[in-house]
Design a protein around this ligand. Structure first.
Ligand SMILES: [Zn+2]
Length: 1009
């Protein structure tokens, strides 16, 4: 009967409520507060993970409630019904992916009701991104993208009243400075979160420092953001969870023996007093909600109504507690008007320790292949976006496919997706979604290339398994294959391309018919031995390509060269030999080499030198490991090893060392073979039965590549294993090292230290020194510097001077007790997961700028996209460009083409970034009129970073930081730090000038003809 009553009431209110009213949203819609009282902002919210224990759709539909009782569609349904009942009620909607799905299924009349709630600030979108993204493993490009997608949906659906004003990152496991920086650049007024190192939180409570002003960029001066830590995590006040999932007492106010109004109000006020004692203003925020709460929102609101009524009733007898429904935005607005001063924060909140034995640093590496697949998704997304713009793709299917990939990438940023902290079934579902998304992106890329090149019927196949040298398109023959390369970067780039081929001789020519140097390289036998890999091709054809935006290369088989048979080096390393024998790999391998093999001897003191004109590597013949590196005029003894942490209590979230056991090094001698080509030199190493590696240097490329292959990692009942790669040098780094923040600015780390407090590292000395490495980790002394770059997010540290460590793979035996309820023990193809990836080393003198590392970072994140087609003849590839594609080559060298994508049907979104920081770079200016013209622009306007708000309308809260002069007597704001660009095609070219400070990103919407 309850539901019938609900429906009746709903219908009545619906009739009343759709009458037009004047919209008062944003801060104007905030509840009144009372001076000289403790104002309690009660914030109803639901934390709805975009996948975790259940898949995204299972959560949405309330499917598989045996795993976890959760159904987001019902949450939104019932919340809306409850909001309609009383204009004082408030609710915040956080995850736009769920809301958008719900919205799609509503009738027009109901949509009108919801719009009214939004326009009156009763339903307030908070955070508003597609998902609540992780902050450790994500790349800034993908964070910006997923905010763009979420905020665009809100803007197009509701307009300005739906624009979120505050960040709400209440569940991610540690917080990055770059996230705060992005919020500021999107015009957010502040952010709130709830996880912080326990010692840090304790200290901040004492110092009234739970709220602070974060200096979120070392390069950008106005990028400061108010940041607040929730007092009691994001869950309801203890004892006051009124949700149907909870067992706390309701408020019983009738004529009943159980009437508990007095005790409930006493308890609540006591809690509020405790909270108020830890904050600087007369306002406190008390969230009312938790994971997937409000599925029957009437229960929550009915009890909160009573709580409000009876707490406020006490004011008549002198109570100074004033409570009301509110939102994080309204709370922040009150705090802003409170004109207090706040402590400063300059670094970040990593690592997160929930207690002295639990540092959440394992998830930096958990699910290494999923973390890599997410990068593949980003690569395809950027490629498809740019190509869609160039080719003017506009069919419904094409738009749908691109949107789908955008949205899936938003899902992948979620704090239980890219983190690897979801259940295995959910991980499989993410793989499925992302794979579908990538296929749609690839289809757009193909459609675009058919328009843009003179191969209107080209297949433009993207081979997604090139990492294990597998490509269906070339498996039978690479003869007459056209390789079309797309360069997502702004500037012309030269990179090596590898094509899986059979052992034959080939000639590669460019679009002008000129022969390009190429050679055939054997694929490491350990890769050939992968049971799930087809072995039609056992070699790779390597050539160097130079591409502005699009270029094609033509492969032809030639009959001239003889196939040389190479015999594997004689080996007395038993284990390797047996492995090879068991796999019957050597036989295949023997047949497949066409390069000169350097004879290696295991004589004492002897070494093997492998070098290009830029880099010299010395391999110790005794150990088989790297011994020294010479490049950029610097020589350094650099030893590279693999290490294993044997752990029993680690889990998907936590990397937990077992007390008193040290890392195990793989000390057995390494079997190695050197392939000494003209373009590429490779050292193939076998460390044990489940770790191998190829060290690779290319002629003309100033970095050393370490391509690792790890797995299946053996475990037993008591031992899980976490595998690291280690680089030892003599560089006296003095405990200091540097890691990137989400692939952008670098942060200085000091072993055993934190910015604001003394961490308790007594039980976890290593894990407590782990930091997220999204793109780079480095150390230096006064002369030399080494940097490691990676191809996916990982955890890393420097435990000894001169030493860098990256965690590559983990296979565990137990759950760590933070909810996921499974041991991280990935199985693929009925075997423990095998992962492959790359780490790159750059050795340089410290006088040299780290600019080269920045350029390498971009090439690693966004290399050429490779597409394969068949051509009947070479002539077909000549002058392969059918339609002119804009060139961004005239941008200053430090300017990155961060985004180029279709926005609306006649608009393009363009982001440019100066990717050097204040130490590496300088202010650059250039003119974008040529690009504007070549994109067919008629009008251009500048927006905030997310692309959805005109920059001229940006006005965000400024808070006073301690020690920065006197506090103003009036509330202060930031507006755009420069004059926003706005121009149309009738204006002079000089109106199109763009200046970029180091690390500055500027965002434009270009309206097309
Ligand atoms: Zn969560």
């Amino acid at each position: 009967m309850k539901y019938l009553g609900g429906i009746f009431l709903f219908v009545v209110l619906l009739i009343i409520d759709t009458k037009p009213t004047e919209a008062v949203c944003g801060y104007e819609s905030c509840p009144e507060t009372k001076p000289n009282m403790v104002n309690i902002h009660l914030v109803p919210h639901s934390h709805d993970d975009v996948g975790w224990l259940k898949t995204v759709d299972q959560y949405y539909y309330g499917h598989k409630n045996n795993i976890q009782h959760a159904g987001v569609q019902y949450i939104i349904d019932t919340v809306i019904t409850e909001l309609i009942k009383d204009p004082k009620r408030r609710f915040i909607q956080v995850e736009t992916s769920f809301f958008a799905k719900w919205w799609e299924q509503q009738k027009e009349t109901h949509k009108q009701v919801v719009k009214k709630l939004v326009n009156e600030g009763r339903l307030q979108f908070t955070n508003g991104a597609w998902s609540m993204n992780d902050e450790a493993a994500v790349n800034y490009q993908s964070v910006i993208d997923q905010f763009t997608v979420g905020l665009k949906f809100l803007d197009e659906t509701f307009g300005i009243c739906a624009r979120p004003r505050v960040g709400w990152q209440i569940d991610p496991f540690g917080h990055s400075r770059e996230q705060a920086s992005l919020y500021a650049q999107m015009g957010y007024d502040g952010e709130f979160f709830s996880r912080m190192d326990h010692s840090d939180k304790f200290r901040r409570m004492v110092d009234l420092a739970l709220e602070m002003v974060w200096d979120a960029s070392e390069s950008l001066s106005e990028v400061k953001l108010f940041t607040g830590l929730l007092y009691n995590h994001y869950w309801d006040t203890p004892g006051f969870c009124f949700d149907v999932h909870c067992n706390d007492d309701p408020i019983i106010d009738g004529d009943s023996y159980d009437n508990n109004v007095k005790s409930r109000v006493d308890d609540f006020i006591a809690f509020a007093a405790k909270v108020a004692a830890n904050f600087r203003t007369t306002h406190i925020m008390i969230p009312m909600g938790g994971d997937f709460q409000y599925e029957d929102a009437e229960v929550n609101f009915k009890n909160m109504d009573k709580l409000i009524k009876y707490v406020n009733a006490r004011q008549a007898t002198g109570s100074h507690y004033n409570i009301f429904y509110s939102t994080p935005g309204c709370y922040l607005n009150s705090v802003h008007q409170g004109l207090q001063s706040y402590p400063n924060k300059t670094l970040d909140f990593f690592p997160y320790a929930s207690d002295s034995n639990s540092f959440w640093t394992g998830y930096y590496t958990s699910r290494p292949t999923q973390k890599r697949f997410e990068r593949d998704g980003n690569h395809m997304l950027q490629t498809a976006k740019q190509l869609s713009v160039f080719a003017g793709l506009s069919s419904e299917q094409q738009k749908e496919d691109l949107d789908y990939l955008r949205q899936i990438m938003g899902v992948m940023q979620h704090h239980d997706a890219i983190t690897g902290t979801e259940k295995q079934e959910v991980s499989n579902d993410y793989d499925r979604l992302l794979y579908d998304g990538i296929i749609g992106g690839a289809s757009n890329a193909r459609d675009a290339l058919r328009v843009l090149t003179n191969l209107p019927e080209g297949e433009f196949e993207s081979c997604l398994q090139l990492n294990i040298s597998e490509c269906a398109f070339t498996k039978d023959s690479a003869d007459n294959v056209v390789v079309t390369l797309f360069n997502p970067l702004a500037h012309t780039s030269s990179q090596y391309v590898r094509v899986p081929v059979k052992k034959e001789s080939y000639q590669v020519t460019d679009e002008k018919g000129r022969v390009v140097a190429s050679e055939v390289v054997p694929v490491a036998w350990q890769v050939l031995a992968l049971e799930y890999r087809e072995n039609n091709t056992q070699h790779e054809l390597v050539f160097k390509a130079s591409v502005n935006k699009i270029a094609s290369y033509f492969i032809k088989k030639i009959e001239t060269r003889e196939n040389k048979e190479i015999v594997l080096p004689k080996s007395d390393k038993k284990s390797v030999k047996e492995t090879e024998k068991n796999l019957e790999v050597p036989k295949r391998f023997k047949q497949v080499n066409s390069m000169k093999k350097v004879e290696t001897h295991a004589d004492d003191d002897s070494e093997t030198v492998v070098q290009t004109s830029q880099i010299k590597l010395v391999i110790d013949n005794n150990t088989g490991r790297l011994k020294s590196v010479e490049m950029n005029g610097v020589v350094e003894d650099i030893e590279q090893k693999f290490g294993v942490y044997e752990t029993s209590a680690s889990g998907a979230y936590v990397f937990r060392e077992v007390e008193s056991t040290e890392m195990q090094f793989l000390t057995t001698d390494v079997e190695f073979t050197v392939y000494d080509g003209t373009l590429v030199k490779e050292v193939h190493q076998q460390f044990n039965e489940w770790i191998s590696q190829v060290i690779r240097i290319y002629e003309g490329v100033n970095r050393v590549e370490f391509e690792w292959l790890i797995g299946p990692i053996p475990t037993d009942e008591d031992t899980g294993r976490e595998i690291v790669t280690l680089f030892y040098s003599e560089i006296s780094s003095n405990g200091v090292f540097y890691t990137d923040s989400n692939g952008r600015e670098m942060i200085r780390r000091e072993k055993d230290k934190r910015e604001d407090f003394t961490p308790d590292l007594s039980r976890q000395p290593t894990s407590g020194n782990y930091y997220p490495v999204v793109s780079r980790i480095a150390l230096q002394d006064s002369n030399k510097r080494i940097a490691l770059l990676n191809d996916r997010a990982q955890g890393g540290t420097s435990m000894k001077d001169g030493q860098l460590e990256l965690m590559l793979h983990r296979r565990l035996i137990r759950d760590d007790g933070y909810g996921v309820g499974e041991a991280l023990n990935e199985q693929k193809y009925d075997k423990p997961l095998i992962a492959r990836g790359k780490v790159y080393l750059i050795l340089n003198s410290v006088e040299e700028s780290t600019k080269v590392e920045r350029v390498a970072e971009k090439e690693i994140l966004l290399p050429f996209s490779v597409f394969f087609s068949k051509a009947s003849s070479q002539s077909q590839t000549q002058s392969a460009i059918a339609k002119a594609v804009p060139s961004f080559d005239d941008f200053p060298p430090s300017v990155h083409l961060l985004t180029l994508e279709p926005f609306t049907d006649n608009e393009i979104l363009l982001r440019v970034e100066n990717f050097l920081d204040h130490i590496e770079g300088k202010v650059v200016s250039f003119n974008i009129r040529p690009i504007f013209d070549s994109l067919g622009g008629v009008e251009i306007r500048e927006t905030t970073l997310d692309g959805n708000l005109p920059l001229s309308e940006m006005k965000r809260f400024k808070f006073h930081a301690e020690g920065s002069g006197a506090i103003s007597t009036e509330a202060e704001y930031y507006t755009a730090a420069h004059k926003p660009l706005a121009a149309d095609s009738s204006l002079e070219a000089s109106e199109f000038s763009v200046t970029l400070h180091p690390m500055q990103i500027r965002t434009f919407i270009i309206k097309k003809k």
